[in-house]
Design a protein around this ligand. Structure first.
Ligand code: DX5
Ligand code: ZN
Length: 226
């Protein structure tokens, strides 16, 4: 992966919700490529986070694409509500969706970018038949549901495998990783083939502020590719 091709997607799950607009604006000024919105329903994952009203509010304060990671049991039911609120892309899980292709078609019919997410225990091979229909793959590098977890190094060979599949089937597809991305793990994920890195704690959880935290992440990637 070319270092300049690596994009950063700050996850607002780690932001200070009382200052959300401000923090997203800071991330935009610091060169974030997109904003990652984690939606959890307390059923698909054992945690509750946020819904379409947050997307609607953020739409007014940023021009960045809002990517919506749906960790919910019935993604199809909520797509239109999120589109109306201002979501630009959807990341839907392979797990628990017997009609994934239909979900992807619905997202495309709504004119939005579609991505498929696989959990740490899910093999890359499940993507083979859907890859040609999507714009993005998200490899979870922690178990979904919570921020501030440790990156699982066992996901690195899978990232490489997904990148190889993409080169065969869908060159130009984004390969994103999510969970435990920091200055130590970002270069590992990028070297394995990820070109979009989600980071929550490593962007919003640093005392030095969002811009310095993002600079540190970028520097770690640049150093590894020098
Ligand atoms: C976890 C979420 C992640 C989370 C990442 O279920 O999908 O997007 O916010 O947080 P960090 O970067 O703190 O691991
Ligand atoms: Zn996420």
């Amino acid at each position: 992966m070319e270092k300049d091709a690596v994009k950063l997607a700050p996850s607002i799950l780690a932001a200070d919700f009382a200052r959300l607009g401000e923090q997203v604006a800071e991330a935009e000024r610091a060169g974030a490529d997109r904003i990652h919105v984690d939606v959890m329903d307390g059923h698909f994952v054992p945690n509750i986070s946020m819904g379409a009203p947050i997307v609607k509010s953020l739409r007014r304060v940023t021009r960045l694409p809002l990517e919506t990671h749906l960790m919910i049991s019935d993604p199809d039911f909520f797509l239109e509500e999120f589109v109306e609120a201002g979501s630009d892309s959807f990341l839907v899980h392979w797990e628990g969706n017997p009609n994934l292709h239909r979900t992807v078609q619905r997202i495309k019919a709504l004119g939005k970018r579609a991505g498929v997410v696989i959990n740490p225990a899910t093999p890359a091979a499940v993507l083979e038949e859907i890859l040609q229909d999507i714009d993005q793959v998200l490899v979870m590098t922690v178990n979904p549901g919570f921020g501030h977890q440790h990156f699982l190094p066992t996901t690195l060979p899978k990232i490489r495998h997904v990148r190889e599949m993409m080169e065969q089937i869908k060159p130009g597809c984004d390969l994103e990783v999510d969970g435990g991305i920091d200055a130590e793990t970002a270069p590992l994920a990028a070297a394995a083939g990820a070109n979009v890195l989600v980071a929550g704690t490593a962007v919003f959880g640093e005392r030095e502020g969002v811009a310095a935290a993002m600079d540190r992440l970028r520097a770690s990637i640049n150093a590894a590719f020098r």
